[in-house]
Design a protein around this ligand. Structure first.
Ligand code: FES
Ligand code: FES
Length: 176
């Protein structure tokens, strides 16, 4: 009986698939990849670059787990092709803070108990940073509305809202 050998997830067998070189700037570092043109940014991050902080939930733009920042704006990495981002400045959760020096949102999520399993958390934090960059969120209602695309199966929404509001509040004070 013949056996079909599967390529590892995200790594199509090179002999069967046309690939192309792509250069991506992620968290300030440039990476050169040889990938199939239909590789999503999410798969490029997770399967080719081992940047697994960005999570795959639905893979269909429905959950926000894959949120990253592209030129400061949040996008769902599962809905975008890596080849579209050669000239972009991409930031993932790995680029927002370090274990030694947490990003203010990371610290606020800890302080406000804003996660349980943590699977949605990188996307929530990247989305919150994008929200702050946009400068549109002034109230709790704004944050709820503008982060409604980031789903938390654990229902940690109260903590998430409080954490984001703490950092948004500080940003607003700095502006005034
Ligand atoms: S994995 Fe991208 S939105 Fe769910
Ligand atoms: S903390 Fe578990 S999905 Fe949000």
């Amino acid at each position: 009986m013949s056996q079909v050998t599967q390529a590892p997830l995200g790594h199509p067998p090179g002999s069967l698939v046309a690939t192309q070189p792509v250069s991506l700037t992620i968290n300030g570092q440039t990476h050169s990849l040889q990938i199939a043109p239909w590789t999503t940014l999410l798969d490029a991050l997770r399967e080719y670059l081992d940047l697994t902080g960005t999570k795959k939930g639905c893979d269909h733009g429905q959950c926000g787990a894959c949120t990253v920042l592209v030129d400061g704006k949040r996008i769902n990495a599962c809905l975008s092709l890596a080849v579209m981002h050669e000239d972009s400045d991409i930031t993932t959760i790995e680029g927002l803070g370090t274990a030694e020096k947490l990003h203010p949102l990371q610290q606020a999520f800890i302080d406000h108990d804003a996660f349980q399993c943590g699977y949605c958390t990188p996307g929530q934090i990247c989305s919150a940073q994008g929200l702050i960059n946009e400068g549109k969120a002034k109230t709790e209602a704004d944050v709820r509305e503008l982060m409604s695309g980031n789903v938390c199966r654990c229902g940690a929404y109260v903590g998430i809202l409080n954490a984001v509001m703490e950092v948004v509040g500080k940003e607003l004070k700095i502006e005034n």
